[in-house]
Write a protein that binds this ligand. Structure first.
Ligand SMILES: C[S@@+](CC[C@H](N)C(=O)[O-])C[C@H]1O[C@@H](n2cnc3c(N)ncnc32)[C@H](O)[C@@H]1O
Length: 409
């Protein structure tokens, strides 16, 4: 379509707008190479580098690199006018002592987008994640670097001594493969920030026996507070790392210290993992309410909590159910929201119930940091923090944060 032609439909209008914006941002930088010194790790699995552009510098988010390395990077996204570019490290000139040969043959520039840290020793991966969690808490939640919760934070190894898990391999109990276009029967995974698929016959972070995809599956959790079975839809939410349920239940119970007779909320409850352990601990003089948005998960939570009359599972959005059905005090709250975090409305609802302790299971440290700031504004201090390496080889990290009302010692 020429510049003079009027766009005929929304798609053409959008593509005209995108072209105009691209022109304003200058020529594409994709494919351009620079030699850089790689700086700190950032949230998202890349390191920060800067390249000179005229009198200015440009920030570049570099994958497949490590802090302190010198490397040749190749720009993968960005135009001359953009404030930052994305790049892959395509040649390492001075390697970090933390660098290893990636165990996976499809990890690396332009290949599978599933892992970020295949080229990093497992212990060093945890150190990178520790740095990211700290940085988010300092920058977003404005915590003091000298605060022992920040200064002493260490992302914990969750392999439990298993040889493959210790190497960061064979931990994913669920992986969604996609069909390889034009090759029936062959499968793959998507490239980084792309819809292109790369063939992956054997994903090394995927556990050998993954769930089949029909009906219910039984998951057994052996936590310190006892062994329990849970019914989960095979396509429903369940913690992906085999040790995650145990590790998270132990951390949450350690933070909440539930007592007989107490009232507890399990928010974003899934099939009632935390609610079940809380129900046992508070006993029939107490009360546990699990709130979950996914109807199938709620049906399974009802089954999983069925043996306790003082425990119930309720379907609906957390903010709405709390407001409409549970506008009453609770002693304890555990929440495990999706990546975007709990946000203002839910934090305010939690604080309104005046719990003596809150345990917050967070899969995104930036969202956690935003919610730490909200809790602080509303009178709840961050009083304990643990972080777990439940997603080895990727930049993801799980945190469990305890908040305590300021007037509770
Ligand atoms: C990270 S999972 C946690 C599940 C559970 N705590 C567990 O460990 O198995 C988050 C859950 O929140 C649910 N969810 C997401 N947004 C919600 C909302 N606004 N209200 C209620 N549940 C929600 C999802 O369906 C999902 O089951």
């Amino acid at each position: 379509m020429s510049g003079q032609q009027r766009p005929r439909n929304t798609q053409q209008r959008r593509s005209q707008r995108v072209n105009r914006e691209k022109k304003a941002r200058g020529a594409s930088m994709v494919g351009t190479r620079f030699e850089v010194e790689v700086g700190n790790i950032a949230h998202g699995g890349f390191c920060i580098a800067r390249v000179p552009v005229g009198d200015d510098t440009r920030v570049v988010f570099v994958r497949h690199s490590l802090p302190g390395e010198t490397a040749v990077i190749e720009i993968t996204e960005g135009t001359e006018g953009d404030r930052f570019w994305r790049a892959d490290a395509v040649e390492i000139l001075t390697a970090s002592a933390d660098r290893v040969e990636a165990p996976c043959a499809v990890a690396g520039p332009g290949l599978c987008g599933g892992c970020d840290f295949q080229h990093v020793k497992p212990a060093a991966q945890r150190a990178l994640k520790t740095a990211v969690v700290r940085e988010q808490l300092l920058r977003i939640a404005k915590l003091d670097p000298a605060d022992p919760l920040v200064a002493n934070l260490v992302v914990e190894d969750c392999s439990g001594g298993d040889r493959e898990l210790k190497r960061g391999l064979r931990w994913r109990t669920r992986t969604t493969f996609v069909g390889l276009p034009g090759a029936p029967g062959r499968k793959g995974l998507r490239k980084y920030r792309s819809n292109d698929v790369i063939e992956v016959d054997d994903c090394l972070i995927t556990a050998p026996a993954t769930a089949d995809d029909s009906g219910l599956v039984t998951r057994t959790v052996e936590a310190s507070a006892g062994t329990r079975d849970f019914q989960v839809a095979s396509d429903g939410f369940w913690q992906v790392h085999p040790n995650a349920p145990r590790v998270l239940v132990d951390a949450v119970l350690e933070q909440l210290q539930p007592q007989p007779g107490e009232k507890a909320l399990d928010l974003y409850a899934g099939v009632g993992l935390f609610a079940a352990y809380l129900a046992e601990a508070v006993g029939d003089g107490g009360k546990v309410v699990a709130i979950e948005g996914d109807a199938a998960a709620v049906q399974n939570a009802k089954r999983n909590l069925g043996m306790w009359r003082h425990a119930s599972a309720v379907a609906g959005g957390v903010a709405e159910v709390l407001k409409e059905e549970y506008d009453e005090p609770f002693d304890l709250v555990v929440l495990d929201p999706p990546r975007e975090g709990a946000k203002q409305a839910v934090v305010a609802q939690i604080v309104d119930r005046a719990p003596r302790a809150v345990s917050y299971v967070a899969c995104d440290p930036a969202a956690l940091a935003r919610d730490v700031a909200l809790f602080a504004e509303m009178g709840y201090r961050l009083t304990a923090l643990r972080a777990f390496d439940l997603f080895p080889m990727t930049h993801h990290v799980e945190c469990v944060a305890q908040f305590t009302r300021r007037d509770v010692s």
